[in-house]
Write a protein that binds this ligand. Structure first.
Ligand SMILES: [Fe+2]
Ligand SMILES: [Fe+2]
Length: 342
């Protein structure tokens, strides 16, 4: 079933989902530090290698996702006071409408796919992912209220008619957007474009996207390994079609159609919009790509090496760096700093 009625059913599933424990009291700075550390480090207690797609692989992926859950509450966030200049920088970013709508769609698409799954462990993990997307939407709603950012009316979210297609499009899109968001977020931190308190407030959301694409990459590996060859062939054709769709969407050819046929293709340019948003900071294209790669490696470094990682976008980024090497023999050092942080 698709359409508005089903959307309410899917939304209700997200809201009714019980995440791992969320404390009711206001967290102390120490509690937040502990939660942050737990969310970015996880090693399985299983000894030895595991086969992608095996029961152990699935169990450990789902355990990783549960155990790295960060129990922050959007309503308990203290939004830092900004100077007039900082406030102007934050409120004039042209990304807030798109960010809210992207989270609004993602929670429904993930929940719809989770709801279609037979495996209870994987279903719970992907439903938790949907719940966290809904929490991102809440965080953004609190932020725009705190800083008086006007938002356009949200479109009517539709439930996906093809849940696997929508899940794949959203999952792969998150892999692309997160890769660039990691670098842009670090760039905004280094440049002071975002004040430090706001960077710290948003940090759990950015790391959560890292966990999401880690889950997606491992779901893919698990799902692929358990398909008989004829369904695997169909699935790979579908994955190829998803990449083509995303590429088509992102070069702006799909302005009037998205995964559900909505008449709003603005979300397809989220990464470009984000890059323009931090354009006051002078950085060369190759330096930005290198920063994205470094941040990508840093954010994934704390998770068990046996878990699959998203590989396509980092591979493409390295390919772009290799292809553009001849244009960089000017002896200038990159302007972005290289820092090792937790
Ligand atoms: Fe999100
Ligand atoms: Fe996400």
């Amino acid at each position: 079933m698709s359409g508005p009625d089903n959307r309410f059913t899917i939304e209700a599933l997200v809201l009714a989902f019980s995440p791992p424990e969320v404390p009711t009291e206001r967290p102390t700075a120490e509690m937040m530090q502990v939660a942050d550390r737990i969310s970015r480090h996880w090693t399985s207690t299983e000894v030895g290698a595991w086969r992608p797609g095996s029961e152990i692989h699935k169990r450990e992926v789902c355990r990783m996702f549960r155990e790295t859950f960060n129990p922050y509450r959007p309503s308990a966030i203290d939004w830092p006071e900004l100077t007039p200049q900082e406030l102007h920088g934050v409120t004039s970013l042209p990304i807030w409408d798109i960010a809210v709508q992207t989270e609004g769609k993602a929670r429904l698409r993930f929940a719809a796919y989770a709801n279609s799954m037979a495996d209870p462990e994987m279903r719970a993990a992907i439903m938790l992912n949907a719940w966290e997307e809904n929490r991102h939407k809440e965080v953004l709603s609190k932020l725009v209220t705190a800083y008086g950012i006007p938002l356009a009316a949200e479109p009517a979210y539709r439930s996906p008619s093809d849940v696997e297609w929508s899940y794949l499009v959203t999952g792969y899109s998150e892999c692309i957007d997160s890769f660039f968001a990691f670098g842009l977020f670090e760039l905004a931190r280094q440049s002071g474009f975002f004040p430090m308190e706001l960077v710290e407030t948003f940090e759990p959301v950015v790391q959560e996207e890292c966990r999401h694409i880690l889950l997606f990459a491992n779901w893919l590996a698990w799902h692929r390994a358990n398909l008989p060859w004829w369904r695997r062939l169909r699935f790979e054709l579908r994955v190829a079609a998803v990449w083509l769709f995303i590429a088509w969407e992102r070069v702006g050819l799909a302005r009037s159609i998205d995964a559900e046929g909505n008449g709003n293709g603005r979300d397809s340019n989220f990464t470009v919009t984000g890059a323009q948003a931090v354009s006051p900071v002078e950085i060369r294209f190759r330096d930005l790509i290198m920063l994205c790669l470094r941040e990508n490696d840093r954010r994934f470094a704390g998770y068990d090496r046996r878990l699959a990682r998203p590989t396509t976008i980092p591979w493409l980024a390295r390919l772009v760096l290799w292809i553009t090497r001849p244009w960089t023999q000017d002896g200038r050092r990159p302007r972005v700093q290289s820092e090792s942080r937790g």
